[in-house]
Every structure is written in C-alpha cells, then in structure tokens.
Design a protein around this ligand. Structure first.
Ligand code: GDP
Length: 446
C-alpha cells in the first residue's frame, strides 16, 4: 500500500533533509514535487492543492527548532498534514459504536467491492478480538451463491449465520436477523446487503428500507481502494442516499498509489475505519492515520526526532521561565501566556471541571464575574500595553491607564484589578520560589 507515493516522497525529502539551510525556493520546489507525487497517486486535485498550501503556510510561519535541520522540520509538517488529511483529526477513526446489544451493523457497497469478505473479516475480528457474539445475515436475495458464500465463511471463522429461508425479501430477512439476534443473545448482527455493479435506484431503495427497519448503529461502506477517485465518488453517492458512518477500503494490498485513502476523508467527511489487505480472513487492519502517514513518508525517525526536539525546547523554556519567576520577575507577558493557557484548556469551565470539588464553586465564581469573557478582557488589556509596559507595569501613569483601558474598550477600574492581580501573583511566585514550591505548582501549567 502506498509504495509508489512513498518512494516519490522519500526521494524529495531525502534531498531536502541533507541541506543545512533551506531557502523559500527550496521548499517551493520540494512542494511542487509533493503535489505531482500526490496527483500521480490519484489524490484528487483540490485535496492535493489544499494539502500543499497547508504545508507551505505552516513551513513559512514555523520557527526552526534547534537541533533539527529545516528539511527535517518540513518532513514533520508534511507528516502532520498527512495525518490531518487522513483522519480529519478524529481521535479514533476505527472505533465502532456497538454497545447496547444487539447492535446492527449494515454493510453496503457495490458488487465485487469485497463486501461479503469484509463482513466476515470484521465479524471474525469482533468475535475474536473483542469477544463479541456476532450473527451475520446475507440479504442478497438475487444471488443465492452470495448467501452461501457468507455461510461458508461463517463456518470457517466460527461465526453464526442466519439460516437461509428461500423466497424472503431483504426487509423480511433483516427483521428475522434482528429477532434472532435479540432472542439468541448476540451482541452484534451484521447485515450484508446486496450489491450491484453500478449504483441504481432499486438498490438504494432496498438498502434504505432495510436501514429504516433495523436502524443500524454503524453503516459501513465497502469500497475497492484500487478504483482511486471512483471509490470517493461511490462513497459520496452512498452517503447522500443512505448515510454512512465509516468506510472500509479493500484491496489496499494491491495499491501502490493509495490516492483513494488520501482523498476519502477530505472529500466525503467520512472516516476510513478499516483497510482490507488481502483475501484471507485476518487481512483486515484498523486504520491508524499516524501509522499510515509514517508508512507513506517512510521517515518515522525524523518525525520522532523533531517531536523530541520540540519537547526539549518547551522544557527549556519552562525552566528559564521558572528561574525568572523565582526572582520575582513575572511580566505581563507571562500573565498573558497563562491566561491564554487557561482559555486553551477549556477556559474556566474546563479548569473547574478538572479540579475535584470545584463544581460547586462554579456558580460563585460566575457570580463574581470570573468567566471566559473576563479572561478575554484581561488579555485584551495586556495587548493594548506597549512592550516596555508589559515588562514593567509599574511604569503605568494615570493617563496611559486611561488610554489602555479605552484601547481595550474597558474601564480603568478593570485595568487596576488586573494590575493588582498581577502584583499578587508575582509576589506569590517569589514566595513559592523561595520555599522551593514553585516547580511543583508549575508542573500542571505546561
Ligand atoms: P462482494 O461482491 O462485494 O461481496 O465481494 P466479495 O467479498 O465476494 O469479494 C470479491 C473478491 O475480492 C474476492 O475474491 C475476495 O477474496 C477479494 N477481496 C476482498 N477484499 C480483498 C482485499 O482486501 N484484498 C484482496 N487482494 N482481495 C480482496
């Protein structure tokens, strides 16, 4: 999977990482090659374009981390962007909503996409890895061979299939599967719907009526990864008509290009949950965007190196800051950083939620006007100060105070409150520093 793309990209980045310094032109040339490589891998044009632009923006804005070369840094940015494209930043794309037994899983897709095989692979995985009791049923009434295929696979992997009753409609079979799953104490029942060679209304109507009867917890679309952009088009159509919760890309063992995987999340907004990597029953992998990105780039070492270097820098910064605080040097910039940090951590609400016993105090704090809006107002006040004033707020005269408050659209009283809070914090940090307590207190801040 992804061999060709991987070869192309590692070629580009090997050249880049060997260079000590990088000009904007070097980065641009490299990114042009990345774009060509993506297009050759059958990634859709808008996705390839957006990808290159995102990398370019991040690469130009980025401070170069000590102890890695600029080229290595670019590799890391490309890696992170690949993860983003592949996952849309879902924390856990492979997760399945199958609590509350019996949970119905609807398997949909075109004929020949590998739907029946994937149904069985997934059933095996759920029963063997997750210890679920699974029942499978084929709804392909037009192709008795397909029903038998599922029954045979079921025997092979030790998963039950619903007995075949001739002459039933897909909805009748689905209803029987639902009842059987409830009566038989199954955790999950999987419905392998009929496929067609092309999307047609009869097929969609059929799948819709099954969907309405069982109300699937997951509707997984199986698409052939070898078909590249077509796979993405099929996914869009199925999602529009049926609504899918995730995608399984099959035949990724045969694809050296992998474009479908890269475009899928960006264009359809649906996560890839699994990939099929062969005909055997164990050839199904959960989709891990970071591992895939690592495989595509083939440069896991560099990504790890840059991450480590960034961590070290952050640790050094924190250390330096603490030394200053111990000496009582706590500037308005430091305060602003802390306020920003609080907002990032989910604001007052988020912070209170993290601290045991603070739930009750929340109301009181809100009563006193302590909330996210206040944090933002305080940040605005600091932003209206000059650099010198931020370093040494004692310089502030009454006239400047008025100007600053006005600049932030607030009253001087509010600024005075902020200044008082700042002085108290600086004093407290100094005291804590003397008693050696500062390090512990600061741990939670970074
Ligand atoms: P369906 O018509 O969608 O149900 O497709 P099938 O499940 O019958 O699969 C069609 C063919 O594709 C079978 O020969 C499968 O063994 C094969 N197949 C399914 N998934 C994969 C895969 O991930 N990799 C490879 N190489 N073959 C697969």
């Amino acid at each position: 999977m992804f061999e060709n793309l991987s070869d192309r990209l590692s070629g580009v980045f090997e050249r880049l990482t060997k260079q000590g310094a990088l000009s904007d032109e070097d980065v641009k040339t490299a990114l042009r090659e990345v774009r060509v490589a993506l297009l050759e891998a059958d990634v859709s044009l808008p996705v390839a374009r957006a990808f290159v632009k995102a990398v370019q923006d991040k690469a130009t804005g980025q401070a170069v981390t000590k102890s890695v070369t600029p080229g290595q840094q670019v590799v890391k940015i490309v890696h992170d962007e690949l993860v983003h494209v592949l996952s849309g930043d879902d924390a856990n794309p492979g997760e399945m909503k199958i609590d509350n037994p019996p949970a119905p899983i609807l398997m949909v897709g075109l004929q020949g996409s590998g739907k029946t095989t994937t149904t069985a692979k997934l059933a095996r995985r759920l029963s063997q890895r997750n210890g679920k009791r699974v029942l499978m049923a084929s709804l392909d009434v037009n192709r008795p061979a397909a029903m038998e295929q599922l029954a045979i696979l079921g025997q092979q992997i030790g998963v039950d299939t619903l007995p075949i009753v001739k002459g039933q409609t897909p909805v009748q079979i689905a209803t029987r599967a639902k009842q059987q799953a409830a009566l038989g104490g199954y955790d999950v029942y999987m419905l392998d719907t009929a496929g067609r060679l092309h999307i047609d209304d009869v097929l969609m109507d059929e799948v819709q009526s099954v969907r309405d009867v069982v109300k699937p917890r997951e509707t997984l679309l199986v698409v052939d990864g070898l078909t590249g952009q077509d796979a993405v088009n099929v996914a869009q159509e199925f999602d529009g008509k049926i609504g899918v919760s995730g995608v399984v890309l099959t035949r990724m063992d045969g694809d050296g290009r992998g474009g479908a995987a890269l475009s899928m999340r960006a264009i359809t907004g649906k996560p890839i949950k699994f990939v099929g990597l062969g005909e055997k029953m164990d050839a199904l992998e959960e989709f891990h965007p970071d591992r895939i990105a690592g495989r595509i780039l083939g440069m896991g070492d560099i990504v790890a190196l840059v991450e480590k270097a960034q961590e070290t820098i952050e640790a050094e910064q924190a250390e330096r800051m603490m030394k200053r605080f111990q000496k009582g040097q706590f500037s308005m910039n430091d305060l602003r950083m802390q306020l920003d940090q609080m907002l990032k951590m989910g604001g007052m609400e988020g912070l209170m939620g993290m601290m045991p016993g603070m739930g009750k105090m929340k109301g009181q704090m809100e009563g006193a006007g302590v909330d996210d809006r206040m944090l933002r107002r305080q940040i605005a006040l600091i932003n209206s100060m000059t650099k010198r004033e931020r370093a040494n707020p004692a310089l502030l005269q009454a006239s400047r105070k008025k100007r600053i408050a006005k600049g932030a659209g607030l009253e001087v009283a509010e600024l005075n409150k902020l200044l008082k809070m700042h002085r108290q914090m600086a004093d407290m940090m100094k005291k804590m520093g003397k008693k050696g307590m500062l390090k512990g207190a600061m741990k939670g801040m970074f």
